[in-house]
Design a protein around this ligand. Sequence first.
Ligand SMILES: [Fe+2]
Ligand SMILES: [Fe+2]
Length: 251
Amino acid sequence: MRYRIAQLSDLHLTASRRRKAWRWPVWANLERALDRVAQEGPFDRIILTGDLASVRKPETYSRLREALAPFWDRVRVLPGNHDSRSLIASTFSERLLDQGGWLSFVDVLPGLRLIGLDSLRPWRVSGKLGNAQRAWLAGELEESEEPVLLFLHHPVLRIGCWWLDKDLLRDSDELKEMLRGSCVQALFFGHVHQEFSGEFAGLPAHATPSTAYQFRPHAIRPGATERGEPAFRIIELDERGRLETHVLMEE
Ligand SMILES: [Fe+2]
Ligand SMILES: [Fe+2]
């Protein structure tokens, strides 16, 4: 395998390691997920696609930074709707690009480019990239000589669950136009706390479950399931650039 990437999403961490988020032992679940990442590795990148915190405090993020220490040089982080952009920017400053209005990362590897996008709208649950970030992304894609994998927090397409579909990326149509015929190979997102795969702009688009707690597919009412955490996604690219991906879920 040429590249192996682990995507972890929706950690929903509390400020104290002993505290739960709602009734979920989010820190214990993250630790189990990171143990599994260590077992299943090595990974070239470990990409955290937002909702790192349920409690937006400096300690939440600094404790996460400590937990990620064994993987630190390979870690990339993005914000989700539950996060503080400024606390992520200050805690993870070496691990991302602070673009002024948004946070991102661009990783140029031999034969592969990874781009992280920021879909956080302060005080809103839904996501949006915004004109400035989309213009920046268009430039990045034009410049890229490699296939690109895109990562962001919010769903770019509907997954068939009304209370999550309303949080769809607000400028998903504009993004779709930009990606048609581009060098992007696939997209990966979080937010929906469940596994889902669909097609967006003719490309595979995958939702990754949460490390903390899951939502039931097609659930009529909001609410978490009783099992299936932690979970994370493995993305593998072979020597010919073929992409394979699957979710690992603890039962
Ligand atoms: Fe979440
Ligand atoms: Fe979210």
